[in-house]
Each structure stands twice: as structure tokens, then as C-alpha cells.
Design a protein around this ligand. Structure first.
Ligand code: PA5
Length: 429
């Protein structure tokens, strides 16, 4: 369950009514594109895809020997699985993410892994991402050396159903390859096999995760008063003149969720609109309570240039009572007998009030608890919010032209044939 609290944004209910027509207009334009495969709206249908869920489960059951799961992928191909696995890993399988190209950590990982117990999952929608291809080269070579004829059993691919180097490799070598639907882009793919496959090995409740996402779909299409996605969309739209949007999560289990949100928000919305005007707000990740001892100083007393969204669980899935310890009554007596979760809630509430009191624009999204159902709902809700904002801001939330130049320059610097001309850039003043 997800609940929006706008108590410090006093006139919000009236403002919501006043913007009803614009919001419903954005919704209508977005939904009108649903049947167009090029519109990349396939993420809306992923929560209903029970066939993929079955396939993923069958694959997990067929491979009970896996003790280490190595995901090779970057951006949308890694951030979602990493966030969810950190929250819901209950299987004891160890997860490793090669979402970088720094040699030392890769070497360290290779030295610690037991190849007989390791499953490598290379994830790339395009099959053309240099970081992922480099990692694949390393791990393919390692598996062939360590496992000989058996190497195929240790490699599973997640990629486009038809195109790209990974799909071609799967076909040539007879490898198991899961499909990311053509109309689903990287940062919207967490509920495709990109996330579901690793999470099956993590032992997460996938059915509940997808059920939560289905609920988000229902809510995102509900009338305005019940439509959480249009409501938070409006909060971001109204504050688009503030350059920063903070995403602060009060859950250690969800510590990688802000990174997932940052990518979703920034890569989808930071671009030129139809008139060529630069638009977007910069999402900043934050974690409570750790950042109360770091970023919150700035959030409270620094510039009033932010919309701050707090994500706070309302109850624990399991609590830890704080024991009484003799000799610590004076300093810690107020904690004795309380659950640890009570402290977490009090800190979130205190931050909420302190930020509002300082004049920052702040709202809270309460999660009933950190469960697959509630988090599935949250993820899908944030995807709707992003898509609706794309309509309101006049940008295509599903492309990333700004990423392309950096990719081309990298290939030019590495001497890939056909990219020679991309080696120099003109710096515009
Ligand atoms: O959201 C996106 O499209 C990107 O962040 C991609 O996920 C990222 O660039 C990796 O791309 P690919 O999955 O094609 O390797």
C-alpha cells in the first residue's frame, strides 16, 4: 500500500482540482500511444506477463546448484535488480554486479568465485553496450577456461528478442536467453526478466511484486482524487522551477532504490523539449537516517531550490526491541523497551517537519511496509509519474539522445571501425 502525505503543501487539494484538465490531458495523450510499439510503453504490460514469470521460475528450479549470481549489465540493466535484490534476498545466493569497468574489482571477484557454483547473467537490451560487452568477454573466457565443455550451463543472457550481439551469441551457441520485450527500454525494464530472473534466484516473492505493480497500474488510471501517480506528477510539475528533486528513502533495505530513481528521472526527463528548450530537474539520492548526518544540513539551511520526496515505511516486517542496559539510563533510557522501528519512524517524521519548517517543499510517500507488494507498487508508480511528466514537459521520456555522444566518443577513442569521425567535438560556449 502506498499513501501520499502533502500536509505541508497546504493548498494541494485545491491546486489538484485546478490542474485536473491538464493532468487528464497528459494521461490521454500518453495512453493514445499505447498501441504504438515505437512509443516504448511496454512497461505498462509487464505486471500482467505471467508466462515470463513461469519461465523464470522454471529456470530457477532447473538450476538449484547456483551459489553465486554475477550480473553483467549497466544502467537500466543493473540498477533495478540491484535495488530489489538488496531488499528481498532471502535465498542465501550471493549477488555480484559488474556494472563498471574497473579492473581491480573484476579481478578480485574472479579470484573469489567458485566457477562450479557460479551463474553469469549478461543483461543488455541493445547488446551493444561497451561496459557489458567487455565484462562478457572476461567472463566468457573465464567460464570456458574453468568449466570446459560445461561453460554454457553457467551463462544466461537477457536481451532483445531479435536484435543485437547477445541475441546472435545465444543463437550461435545455443545459450539460454530471456527476452526484454522490444517496446520496453532499459530504465523501465525492472519487471521484465532483467529484474525477475535475478530475483527468482534471490528467492523474492515475484507474484507479490507483480501484484503490487498491477495495483499501481490500476491507481494510475483511476479518477484524479484516487490517482496517486497523477498527484505526485503534479507535485513535480508545479515545482519544475526548482532545479533539484531529492529522493530520500528511510530504509536500509532500499538503499539502492534512490540510484534507480535517479536514473529513471534524470535520463527520462532531462532533455530538450519540442521547442528545443532545456528541461528537467536534477534528482539527488538520499538515505535516512544516514543522510541526516550529512546532506540534511544542506537540505534544511541551504538554498530553497528543492522538491524533497521522502519514502517512509509505516510498519516494520519484523521489529527489534531495544533492551534496558544498566548504566545507560541517563543517555539512552528514553529508548529502553521501544522497538528500533519506532526510532526510524520518529527520525523520518522529525526530518519531514524540520524540512517543512525550514521552508523546503517536501512531501512523503508512505509504504505500508518494505514488502515486494508495496515496493512493486512504488516502482511502477514512479514509472507512471515519469511518463506523465514527460507528457507535461513535452519530452520523449523513453529515449536518451544525450547518452549517445559519450558512447560514440568512447568507441572512437578505442578505434572501432566506422566511428573514426566521432573523435573530436566542438565545445559550444
Ligand atoms: O535506460 C536506458 O536505456 C539505459 O540506461 C540502458 O539501460 C543502459 O545504457 C544499458 O543499455 P543496454 O541494456 O542496452 O546495455
Amino acid at each position: 500500500m502506498l499513501r501520499l502525505d502533502t500536509r505541508f503543501l497546504k493548498d494541494f487539494p485545491e491546486v489538484l482540482k485546478a490542474h485536473g484538465t491538464a493532468l487528464l490531458g497528459a494521461q490521454e495523450t500518453l495512453l493514445a500511444k499505447r498501441k504504438d510499439p515505437g512509443a516504448m510503453l511496454g512497461w505498462m504490460d509487464l505486471p500482467e506477463d505471467t508466462e515470463t514469470l513461469r519461465e523464470v521460475r522454471r529456470f530457477r528450479e532447473a538450476n538449484p546448484w547456483v551459489e553465486d549470481f554475477v550480473l553483467l549489465g549497466i544502467g537500466g540493466s543493473a540498477l533495478g535488480p540491484k535495488a530489489l535484490e538488496a531488499a528481498f534476498n532471502g535465498s542465501g545466493v550471493r549477488f555480484h554486479y559488474v556494472d563498471h569497468v574497473e579492473p581491480e574489482p573484476v579481478l578480485k571477484l574472479l579470484r573469489t568465485l567458485d566457477p562450479r557454483k557460479t551463474l553469469v547473467n549478461a543483461v543488455s537490451k541493445s547488446g551493444a553496450t561497451a561496459e557489458t560487452l567487455a565484462a562478457l568477454l572476461v567472463f566468457l573466457d573465464w567460464l570456458k577456461r574453468e568449466r570446459g565443455q560445461e561453460w554454457r550451463r553457467h551463462l544466461v543472457l537477457t536481451t532483445d528478442p531479435k536484435r543485437g550481439a547477445l541475441r546472435a551469441l545465444a543463437e550461435r551457441e545455443g545459450l539460454r536467453a530471456f527476452a526484454i520485450p522490444e517496446n520496453v527500454g532499459g530504465r523501465f525494464s525492472v519487471l521484465s526478466p532483467v529484474g525477475l530472473l535475478p530475483l527468482a534466484f534471490a528467492g523474492a516473492d515475484l507474484e507479490a511484486l507483480l501484484m503490487g505493480a498491477r495495483k499501481a497500474n490500476e491507481v494510475a488510471l483511476a479518477p484524479l482524487e484516487q490517482n496517486l501517480s497523477l498527484q505526485t506528477t503534479l507535485l513535480h510539475h508545479l515545482h519544475r522551477h526548482l532545479p533539484v528533486t531529492v529522493f530520500m528513502v528511510y530504509s536500509e533495505r532500499l538503499k539502492y532504490l534512490p540510484a534507480w530513481f535517479v536514473q529513471l528521472h534524470d535520463e527520462s526527463l532531462g532533455k530538450r523539449d519540442r521547442e528545443g528548450k532545456r528541461v528537467g530537474t536534477t534528482a539527488v539520492p538520499a538515505l535516512g537516517p544516514a543522510d541526516q548526518h550529512a546532506q540534511v544540513q544542506l537540505f534544511r539551511e541551504g538554498p530553497l531550490d528543492k522538491l524533497i520526496q521522502l519514502v517512509v515505511p509505516e510498519r516494520p516486517t519484523e521489529d527489534l526491541p531495544l533492551p534496558e542496559v544498566a548504566g545507560l539510563e541517563e543517555e539512552a533510557g528514553y529508548l529502553f523497551g521501544k522497538g528500533l522501528f519506532r526510532l526510524l519512524s520518529a527520525e523520518a517524521e522529525a526530518t519531514y517537519r524540520a524540512l517543512a519548517e525550514a521552508g523546503q517543499r517536501v512531501y512523503t510517500l508512505y509504504l505500508s511496509e518494505v514488502s515486494p507488494y508495496a515496493v512493486g507498487w512504488l516502482l511502477q508508480h514512479l514509472m507512471w509519474q515519469t511518463a506523465y511528466l514527460g507528457e507535461l514537459w513535452g519530452v520523449n521520456a523513453f529515449d536518451q539522445p544525450g547518452v549517445e555522444l559519450g558512447k560514440r566518443l568512447t568507441l572512437a577513442l578505442l578505434g572501432r571501425p566506422g566511428y573514426e569521425g566521432d573523435g573530436s567535438v566542438e565545445i559550444s560556449s
